[in-house]
Write a protein that binds this ligand. Structure first.
Ligand SMILES: [Zn+2]
Length: 229
């Protein structure tokens, strides 16, 4: 799977070999974690993109709602469970702290973003480099700083990956999705879609404007790449 690929929820679960119910999945595999994000209006958490798409600030998650905790948004996001084990917040926090102290390498995190009901985009692999707690509406929330992995840019010369050295903002993805009606602009296919840079990022094309992004199916994405090279 490449950054910018559009997938369904089921395809995402099948890619990860897991039934992804939670937003935060620390060490889902031995060598990486998975997070699900959403920047949609009304999304439950305040995730944001910074530094022209290279940095993602991801918010930690609330305690589960239950009989003893009917209003999770009114209490601090928990570091530990009642049993004393670390929550997902705590596990990601500990990994970021270990990285900062030089004890461990940065945790690698695959990021999936929901742009519309049933429509997800794979955003690539990020490194977890910092975690902190901050005040938000009179309570403490966790924040995690994720940077797009440099490995992505260094380890290959694939135009797609270079293009996705910057995240396409969600507003742009949604605008393109609506404009192209969720179909490949060449053949109208609704399968294996990908957000394609019309002018490649490596040739000065922007990730930030819908005019430079289009939906292509896998077949036409590859055909275009062959033509350019
Ligand atoms: Zn096509």
């Amino acid at each position: 799977m490449k950054p910018g690929d559009v997938i369904s929820y089921l395809e995402m679960c099948s890619e990860e070999g897991a039934n992804l119910q939670r937003g935060m999945n620390f060490h889902l595999r031995s060598n990486y974690s998975v997070i699900l994000m959403s920047l949609r209006p009304g999304a439950p958490y305040a995730d944001r993109i910074e530094a022209d798409g290279r940095v993602l600030i991801y918010e930690g998650h609330d305690a589960p709602r239950n009989a003893t905790n009917p209003y999770p948004k009114q209490i601090d996001q928990p570091m530990s469970n009642p049993s004393g084990t670390l929550t997902q917040n705590g596990q990601f926090y500990q990994a970021a702290t270990s990285y900062k102290k030089g004890i461990k390498g940065a945790e690698l995190i695959k990021v999936y973003e929901k742009i519309h009901s049933g429509i997800w985009v794979y955003n690539g692999i990020f490194r977890l480099i910092e975690a902190w707690q901050e005040e938000s509406n009179n309570r403490k929330v966790f924040k995690f700083r994720l940077e797009l992995s440099d490995k992505l840019a260094d380890a290959n010369t694939d135009r797609e990956l270079v293009d996705h050295n910057r995240l396409i903002p969600k507003e742009v993805k949604l605008e393109v999705w609506r404009r192209d009606k969720g179909r490949c602009v060449i053949c109208g296919s609704k399968d294996n879609l990908h957000f394609d840079h019309i002018i490649p990022y490596s040739k000065g094309g922007s990730s930030l404007v819908a005019e430079n992004i289009q939906l292509l199916c896998a077949r036409h994405n590859i055909a275009k790449k062959d033509k350019i090279e």
